[in-house]
Structures are given as structure tokens and as C-alpha cells.
Design a protein around this ligand. Structure first.
Ligand SMILES: C[S@@+](CC[C@H](N)C(=O)[O-])C[C@H]1O[C@@H](n2cnc3c(N)ncnc32)[C@H](O)[C@@H]1O
Length: 352
């Protein structure tokens, strides 16, 4: 009996069929965390593709394999035309709409855009809307557990003929729970203050009181910068905020500048290029890798926090209550103390 094919394996099989071929050498792949990098790397002819990604870790992995990878918040303006563009749909609809709008405009005359996704990713309705917007026949078809839709370059296209993407590239002012900040689609929880992060910052006055002096702070996985902003009135010498997502780094930099805070904003994979140690590390680690829940991410963030700690460091983590942080933290920290449990979140203090 043959083993069942997992969703990711199936996606890889579909992607294999889209590998660059001699007729369509000029290929662009739009890659975010929903497309396992390995499935791109193992493609025959992968080195001949161009890739665009908003994630630092993916960019680094693709570059290491010789792929011409462009790291940006899906800014296509520097890209030319392609005979084939492959896009595994993003989780957030506005990101998906933006990428499809851009991709259609970067097709050569004989080019095709191939959009792939699972049923629960909303691929069927997005493909239907895209076909309608660009005056094409909806040819979505099911292959295994994935859906595939192809689009060609429309003969004519109005400037305003687009899937709604809420002016994707622009940072904008957002108000939530009395907090005013800049953010944009594509950033984690871009229109809100995360409840877990809100609970994390509620313990900071106590932490500040007993730590006495805090000279350096790291916001690990900073998003639009909410956690670091909570320290804006502290007298701190060194501040650093890092995230894997380019859109997050842009938004955080704007928010820090607005508050007159000097912060090193660094696009990086879990601070892997950071050296030095921090007195205080603030973190609300992700537990999703795209559409999938990932335990490995919790470990990765704990390992990074441990590497950037000295004996006196305090790392404050907030996680969903079902994430067994103490179990994971055991490998990296000598103490893990629960500070607060509320609304389905737990805030922990970790000591090396
Ligand atoms: C739960 S969000 C928290 C965001 C922000 N700190 C807040 O409180 O609103 C987790 C953040 O981790 C980032 N992230 C995911 N994987 C990462 C990685 N490998 N390295 C750095 N940041 C990552 C995400 O982009 C996201 O901004």
C-alpha cells in the first residue's frame, strides 16, 4: 500500500509540473511563508527563476541556492515581464489581491499567471473574482487537494481595473483601543493591538521597577512595533526591533520615528544576524507558519532569545494558553515564571 500524499507533498508535485521548461524559461515565483522553500529549491531549473518575497528567511534561502531573489514588500516596480508567473496564494486576502494585480501587469504577451491554493485558502472565490475583474474565463481546476487557476495578460486594461487591495503598498494611520499607529495590509494583525501583546505590556511597569536599570531592549518579531513603543518613556541606550517581514519593518520604523525613538530596525530571520546581549527581550512569538500551526517556531524564538541573553537578562514572552511554553523553554532558560494568565494568553518571564 502506498502512503497517502500530504497536502505539502501534493503542492510540491503540482509545482514540479510548473518548473521552468525550455519554452518558458522566463519565470517569476511569488513566494511567501505559504510556499515551502524546499518545494521551490528542488525544482529542476530553479536557478533560472526570479523570485519575489517579503520574507527575509525565504530570501536568504533562495539566494543561497543561486535564485535571483528580490526582497521587498511585494514591490514589483523593478521587475520586467515574464512568460510564466507562479503564485501560491497568500493567507491574507489583500496581499493575494495585490500580488495578482501586479502579476497580471508583469506578464509578457504570451505569458500566463498560475495561481495555486487549497480550498480553505479561498482560492476558488479569489480566482473567480480575478477572472471577472480581468475579463477572462474562470478556468479553476482541482488537482489532488490543490486548486489551480491560470490567467493571461488582458488585451487592454484600465488603470483602475484591479482586485480591491486597499492601496496595499501604503502605510496608513490606524486607531485601535486608544492607540494610534501606522500600519498596512501584510503586517501581522495590521489593524489592531494584539490582546496577548496588550497583556505583555501590562506587566512591564513591574518588570521595570525590579530590574532597576534597563540599558538595552530587543523587540523580537516586532510587527508594527507595539511592544517596543511601550518602553518609549524609559531611558534606554540601545533599542533594536527585528522581524522577518519587510512590511512589518517598514511600519515599525515609521512608528518609532514618529515617537522620536532611535531603534535599529532589522529585517532578519529570528535575529540570526544580531550579535550582543540585551537586558530586556520582549516577544510575542508566532505560532503559525502561513496556514499551518508550528511548534518549531516557538523553539526557534526561545533559542534566539537565549542566545541574545546575559545572566541578568529578562525575556518576557506571551503565548496562547495552549502553547506549552515552559516545556519548550526548559532547554534554553533556567527559570520560566508565569506572570499573568488572562483571556486565553499566558505571559511568562524567562531567566537564563
Ligand atoms: C504574533 S506576531 C507579534 C507582532 C508584534 N510583536 C505585536 O506584538 O503586535 C509575531 C511576529 O513575528 C514575526 N515573525 C514570524 N517569523 C519570524 C522569524 N522567523 N523571524 C522574525 N520574525 C518573525 C511575524 O512577522 C510577526 O510580526
Amino acid at each position: 500500500m502506498t502512503a497517502p500524499v500530504s497536502k505539502d507533498q501534493h503542492l510540491s508535485l503540482v509545482l514540479q509540473q510548473l518548473a521552468p521548461d525550455p519554452q518558458r524559461r522566463n519565470c517569476l515565483w511569488i513566494v511567501d511563508e505559504n510556499l515551502p522553500v524546499e518545494s521551490v529549491m528542488t525544482l529542476p531549473g530553479a536557478a533560472s527563476i526570479t523570485a519575489i518575497t517579503n520574507r527575509y528567511d525565504i530570501h536568504a534561502a533562495l539566494q543561497a541556492r543561486g535564485v535571483d531573489s528580490r526582497l521587498s514588500d511585494f514591490d514589483f516596480s523593478q521587475l520586467g515581464e515574464f512568460q510564466r508567473i507562479v503564485y501560491r496564494l497568500s493567507k491574507e486576502k489583500l496581499v493575494a489581491h495585490h500580488c495578482i494585480n501586479q502579476a497580471i501587469r508583469h506578464l509578457s504577451e504570451d505569458g500566463e499567471l498560475v495561481v495555486i491554493g487549497g480550498k480553505q485558502d479561498g482560492v476558488k472565490s479569489i480566482a473567480k473574482n480575478a477572472a471577472q475583474t480581468y475579463g477572462q474565463k474562470n478556468n479553476t481546476r482541482k488537482t489532488g487537494s490543490s486548486y489551480l487557476a491560470t490567467f493571461t495578460r488582458p488585451v487592454t486594461m484600465d488603470e483602475d481595473q484591479r482586485l480591491p487591495c486597499n492601496d496595499y503598498g501604503q502605510l496608513r494611520q490606524v486607531q485601535h483601543k486608544g492607540v494610534s499607529f501606522h500600519s498596512k495590509p501584510g503586517v501581522f494583525g495590521w489593524e489592531k493591538v494584539d490582546r496577548g501583546s496588550e497583556l505583555l505590556i501590562s506587566v512591564l511597569p513591574t518588570i521595570q521597577r525590579y530590574m532597576k536599570s534597563v540599558n538595552s531592549v530587543l523587540d523580537l518579531g516586532c510587527g508594527w512595533g507595539y511592544l517596543m513603543l511601550a518602553t518609549k518613556d524609559w531611558s534606554v541606550q540601545t533599542r533594536c526591533a527585528t522581524d522577518n517581514n519587510i512590511a512589518a519593518i517598514d511600519a515599525a520604523a515609521r512608528n518609532f520615528a514618529e515617537h522620536g525613538l532611535t531603534v535599529d530596525c532589522i529585517a532578519d530571520d529570528c535575529a540570526s544576524n544580531l550579535r550582543g546581549r540585551f537586558d530586556l527581550i520582549l516577544c510575542n512569538p508566532p505560532f503559525h507558519q502561513g496556514f499551518a500551526v508550528s511548534d518549531a517556531l516557538t523553539d526557534k524564538f526561545l533559542a534566539a532569545a537565549s542566545r541574545l541573553s546575559r545572566r541578568s537578562t529578562r525575556a518576557i514572552f506571551v503565548v496562547n494558553q495552549f502553547v506549552p511554553l515552559p516545556k519548550h523553554a526548559d532547554k534554553y532558560f533556567s527559570q520560566c515564571r508565569l506572570l499573568l494568565a488572562e483571556d486565553g494568553f499566558c505571559v511568562y518571564e524567562l531567566r537564563p
